[in-house]
Structures are given as structure tokens and as C-alpha cells.
Design a protein around this ligand. Sequence first.
Ligand SMILES: Nc1nc2c(c(=O)[nH]1)N[C@H]1C(S)=C(S)[C@@H](COP(=O)(O)O)O[C@H]1N2
Ligand SMILES: [Mo]
Length: 418
Amino acid sequence: MRFDELDEAGYEQARQEERLWRAARAVGLSRRRFLERAGVAVAGAALGACATRKSSTPAPAVTGTEHPFVKAVTEDKFIRHGTNAEMRWEQMARRGYVVGNDLFFVRDHTSTPRIDPAAWRLTVSGSGVAHPLALTYDELLALPAVTSVTRFVECAGNGRTFFKEAQGLQAKGSQWRLGAIGVAEWTGVPLGAVLERAGLKSTARDVMPAGLDELKVRRPIPVAKALQDDTLLVFAMNGEPLPPDHGFPVRALVPGWIGIASVKWVGHIEVSEEPLFSDWNTGSYVLVGPTYQPEGSHKGPVLTAQVVKSALELPWPASLAAGQHTVRGRSWSGQGRIAKVEYRLDDGPVWQPAQLHEPNFLTAWARWSFTWDAPPPGEHTIRVRATDDRGNTQPDHVPFNEMGYLYGAVVAHPVNVT
Ligand SMILES: Nc1nc2c(c(=O)[nH]1)N[C@H]1C(S)=C(S)[C@@H](COP(=O)(O)O)O[C@H]1N2
Ligand SMILES: [Mo]
């Protein structure tokens, strides 16, 4: 099989096949037998079992896993999309402000690596720092940390499937509905503090954390964003050591920005006086489509902050008995706090206000509710539209882009009233 590796979906498919093929070789399967057994998922599961029995070699700093995830990704909590797992929104109906680590969505370009914290090092180097630095896990944990930084991590492609469902245009990549977002309470060392220790120069321009996963996922951010108080090197999530699937031992947290900036399993940080590039800011995570133009080495405008979105804490489609209900959901923005949420039934002309609930943290989300007299039995839709305190609001339509990023348009949630 041949894939276009410059395209996000192609890259992942190619790597997925390579990974399984390597696993096959490790347990002595010929490529032919491997392909015969093909049904890639089946082969993966079988090989996983063999590989576990065989592994007795001493642990290097980074080892791969046969399966994409370490935590239990079960049907009741998640919708699987290959190496990614989307949170089921109805699960949030019984929960508080943050998303528990067990329910937090996972977005792995390949699979979750297992990293030995004793062998792990964080290195910082490049033309933008005066003295390159190497820190052990214990040394990083000994630096002054901040906690209670409650922020979302959201994939740039969250909502992607609506390009197809609402506009009939299929975008490349995981067909997420709205569950590629989670809010957690993060603990970590401000990235700026680590950069200062490496002698950050006033001429430094870009900062690029790089992951220790198979693809070495990396994406630059400007120094100004790296130095923001809440841009962190995170080592704990909701009061627990960062789970493997979410970047153990250390991930970046780049608040408000598309998820790819929050690099997981960080091993190295490059700091440069020159602009930095990687495939994740030139080829992907840029807007490519009829209304967008390439910009220099970037295939299109480079994505940074997330747009405004809303989701209902209901299954998709939902089913409700006729009568009165409290409908709940959450709205968020990468650029400010949520200021207003409105809802609308079916194609009715009137937007009515929903009630906002505290807390309403910046670049996290706001919960809201409204009382709904479910109409007579039949198929209905609920639409929700949020506005942030910068005046950004959810439009009825967003122009198509090939990789399906930033779908912030109002979504019609189907509700079957019985
Ligand atoms: N090293 C590395 N970092 C990564 C990724 C990855 O595949 N490898 N995925 C990114 C993407 S696209 C997103 S949306 C977020 C998802 O974070 P989560 O899996 O903790 O929810 O991690 C980002 N950081
Ligand atoms: Mo993402």
C-alpha cells in the first residue's frame, strides 16, 4: 500500500502499517503471513499477546506498545478512531467541571510510548539559549511548580465530521464529533522558567518541544506564547502523575491553542533565533482549501488558537421522553471566557438564553443549562450558540478546509422525543 505521507491521514496509515509489520517481524511472522492475517486490527491484537510473552529485555528509556493506548478505552466511554479515542459527551452529564483521567480523549499520531522516568532526560538547546541544559525527572520536579491551572486540551480537528454531515464535504483525518476535548487541572513547571535556566536570549524567536514517540511529534510556538504564565511543562493531571497516554513523564500545555501544540512525552526543546518549522506547522495543522492561500513554506495559514464551540451532555442522537427536562452542556473558546450561550429548537427563529454556571475559567469551558419542554413525540434538533468575551461567536457556516480543522459552526443535535 502507498500513502501520501504529507497528508495527516496518510502519514498515520503508513506508520500504523509499519508498526504492525515491525511487531510481526519481532515475533517471527513473515510479511506474507502477516498480510494474510491482515485485518490490521486482528493482527495487532494477536501480535500484542505474543509480544507480551516474549519481552524480557532490560527496559530502555523508551519502548513502544503494540496497542495504541495504555489506559482502558472502553465502548461506554469512548468512540474509537484508529489510534485515537473520542470522549462520549453523555458521560459528562454525571460529572463535575474537569474530565477525569479515565475519560479524557486520547489523540496519538502513532501509539503511546512507555518511558522510564529514571532514564528520561529533558534537554534544551539551540541558538536561542546561552547554555544548553539537561534535566532529570527529579530535577524537573524539584523546580518551583504551579498547580490548579485548569485548561482544555482540544484537537484542531474536533468537530471535523460536521464538514461532511452539514456541508457534504469529507475532510481527511479522524471523523471526530465534538469529543476531542477535555478540561483537566494541570500541575507543572512554567516553560519560561526552564528556558530561563538555559539562558534564554532576548533574540530567541521560536521554541519547539519534541516528543519521544515514534514520529517525534514537534511543533514550534513563538517565544511570547512559551513565556505566558500558564504555558507549562506538565507532570501531573488532576492530581495524579501524568498518565502514559497523556504524555508521561512530561508534556507541554499550551493553553487555548490547538492540541498539537501541547506536545506529549517531551524529551527535547529546541530554542531558536530563526523561525522553526516542522511538518506539523507547514504541511498539517494549516488551513488548505478554496478560500485559503499558502504562506511561504506553510501550505496555508498556520493554526494557533481554537475557535468557539459548544456541546450537549447528551448521546448522539439523543432520546428524551416528552415533558420537562434540564438540558446541560458546555461551551469553550481558545481566545477568551464564555460570555453568553443561547439555544434554539428545530428551525425556530428565536434564540433563547441558557444559564451559565461557575466556574468559568479562561481557555477551559463554561457549563450551562436550560429547561426544555420537550415537544410532542418526533424528531427534533437542539442548536446551541456560544459567544466569548472577545465577541467571537459561533457562525452558521465555516468555509471548508481539506484537513477539517476548526469546525466552530453551530451544530444541530438530533433529539428523538418519545
Ligand atoms: N508527542 C506527541 N504529542 C502530541 C500528539 C502526538 O501524537 N505525539 N498528539 C497531539 C494532538 S494532535 C493532540 S489533540 C493532543 C491530545 O492530547 P491528549 O491525547 O492528552 O488528549 O496531544 C498532542 N500532542
Ligand atoms: Mo490534535
